[in-house]
Design a protein around this ligand. Structure first.
Ligand code: PLP
Length: 384
């Protein structure tokens, strides 16, 4: 069966070029990057090059990049590092639609004496900047906002948010896990203090990521151990992973102009679905969104059933976010957007990548209305 993969916000395929770049470091160049011999130097050189590649993508300097295991670790490091480093500031601000990693760290912070303010979003997932301004206090340590939402694809206005947050003297952390490779972001222009990214969301290897820590901000190490990452994260470097991340960044920059083409495919799918199923709700449709993401809600069916039907036809999509699959409650993101429960439970997320083809989208556009109609027919038969 041909597989049509439209779950790229959960993870992406490793780019062949990234795999090629990694292979020598899995096979032959296995030296420890900290070792003072030829194999060690080869690994160390590869780490230096990769750090430059990540910094070039972000518009920052190489020493501001710390390699880690991905988005969840970067989020933990940012929050816990600030919490430990600024004991006189105990107030944190997040939005209601942040990733579960942010919500879980905030629960931990609360237990340890922090106060959390959660900003709401409107029906299209947009942030209220006036609410952000009102929420900031002299004891606000950190504001944490995602660059783009993993379920709806809605993009937050980081320029405006940064201006407001920096104007009030707080630190700004951005979870850029979903936006990397899909939209551009330039840290030489945006006064963000901390930013995390994850390689596997943009065709790099899994279990690999980076945290940007702006020069001058001293964060406590997340992992105590050796001298690696200038003492900020102990543990032998994952050299093949680091090389793969560096290559993925280089590729992401080169492919960024293709984002429009991805957006056209996504828009084509939505136009077709709207024409065939007029009562579909496209979550966040009126807000600026990532070009690859479509969150579609249908009343009278379960998203899980839709996913299974798609799966039987070789199409991989997701209900809400991958992390909430299996839960029967609407996702916290859709709840925050005020999506009616009947629609929220009938939601699927379709997420494209630069490898998605027009042919694949045509097939899915034809299948979706058929499946929705079939499920609605069954539902009506059960109810009547
Ligand atoms: N933040 C966002 C917005 C995400 O979508 C994800 C993963 O889905 C994460 C953080 C966690 O990233 P990782 O899988 O690298 O831990």
């Amino acid at each position: 069966m041909e597989i049509i993969y439209l779950d790229n916000n959960a993870t992406t395929a490793l780019a062949p070029e990234a795999l090629e770049a990694m292979l020598p470091y899995l096979r032959d160049h296995y030296g420890n990057a900290g070792s003072a011999h030829v194999l060690g130097h080869l690994s160390e050189g590869a780490v230096v090059q990769a750090r430059d590649q990540v910094a070039a993508m972000l518009g920052c300097s190489a020493p501001e990049i710390l390699f880690n295991s991905g988005g969840t670790e970067g989020i933990n490091h940012a929050f816990r590092g600030v919490f430990e480093g600024f004991p006189n500031k105990r107030h944190f601000i997040i939005s209601a639609v942040e990733h579960p990693a942010v919500l879980a760290v905030c629960d931990w912070l609360k237990v340890h004496g922090a106060e959390i303010t959660t900003l709401g979003v409107d029906g299209d997932g947009r942030l209220d900047l006036a609410e952000l301004e009102r929420a900031l206090r002299p004891d606000t340590a950190l504001v944490s906002l995602m660059a783009a939402n993993n379920e709806s694809g809605v993009i937050f206005p980081l320029d405006d948010a940064a201006r407001i947050v920096k104007g009030k003297g707080a630190l700004l952390h951005v979870d850029a896990t979903q936006s990397m490779g899909k939209t551009s972001l330039d840290l030489s222009k945006l006064p963000i203090d901390l930013l995390n990214l994850s390689a596997h969301k943009f065709h790099g290897p899994k279990g690999m990521g980076a945290l940007f820590i702006r020069r001058g901000l001293r964060l406590k190490p997340f992992m105590l151990g050796g001298h690696q990452e200038r003492g900020r994260r102990g543990g032998t470097e994952n050299v093949p992973g680091i090389v793969g991340l560096g290559k993925a960044c280089e590729l992401a920059m080169a492919h960024l102009p293709q984002a429009d083409a991805v957006g056209k495919l996504r828009d084509g799918l939505e136009t077709e679905v709207r024409a065939r199923i007029p009562d579909v709700v496209i979550n966040g449709a009126a807000a600026p969104r990532l070009p690859n993401t479509s969150s579609l809600s249908f009343a009278g069916i379960e998203g899980e059933a839709l996913l299974l039907k798609f799966n039987a036809r070789g199409v991989c999509v997701s209900t809400g976010s991958a992390c909430t699959t299996g839960q029967k409650e609407p996702s916290h993101v859709l709840r925050a957007m005020g999506v009616a429960k009947e629609y929220a439970l009938g939601t699927i997320r379709v997420s494209l990548s630069r490898t998605t083809t027009e042919h694949e989208i045509k097939q899915v556009s034809a299948m979706l209305p058929e499946i929705v109609e079939e499920l609605r027919r069954k539902f009506r038969a059960v109810v009547s």
